[in-house]
Design a protein. Structure first.
Length: 180
């Protein structure tokens, strides 16, 4: 049997680099440098970066804090109305503690995010545009406080966007935002 792939004729492996190859190599190197610079700039410039503060916290302590917050809030048919500007959310296999929550537009809330067991992903999407989303990592051992404000009223879905085990797909929650 003969191979359908035929080697090129002659001495093809020992040729000087041609002009077209040099140009593409140059473009490749140039583009790499741009992307490298972009990575660095992306973390320093603009509003796209998650902000806030992070504190070490034990899962049990966070659970207690969240429970105290839930007790202080007002339970309504739609969900919990937080007692103040703080919103506590706990992620566990496989549920969102503290959701659903009822918030208002035009008010800045401090979202507290922590996980009880493994790493989870806090993904928030407006119900009418599920492709529009923010994604934040929720880690066990850390409480991340992120300021957030909703411009538009509506229902926002919260789902876990980090595969966290068999049951991960059941991690749904809701944030109901009302006109403030
Ligand atoms: Cu999860």
């Amino acid at each position: 049997m003969t191979s359908p792939i035929k080697p090129p004729e002659g001495n093809w492996w020992d040729q000087p680099i041609n002009r077209r190859e040099s140009i593409w190599l140059g473009i490749g190197v140039g583009w790499s440098v741009i992307l490298f610079g972009w990575m660095s700039a992306f973390t320093r410039i603009g509003d796209q970066n998650p902000i806030g503060e992070t504190y070490r916290v034990e899962a049990e302590d966070y659970r207690d804090k969240l429970q105290a917050y839930v007790d202080e809030g007002t339970d309504t048919e739609e969900g919990l109305v937080p007692p103040g500007d703080d919103v506590y959310i706990g992620a566990g296999q496989f549920y969102w503690d503290g959701l659903p929550v009822v918030l208002e537009t035009g008010q800045e809330y401090d979202f507290h995010l922590a996980a009880y067991d493994v790493q989870h992903g806090f993904s928030v999407r407006p119900e009418h545009t599920l492709s529009k989303q923010i994604n934040l990592q929720v880690l066990p051992g850390y409480e991340w406080i992120v300021p957030m404000e909703f411009d538009e009223p509506g229902t926002y879905r919260v789902l876990c966007n980090e595969f966290c085990g068999d049951g991960h797909e059941a991690m749904h929650g809701r944030i109901i935002v009302q006109e403030g």
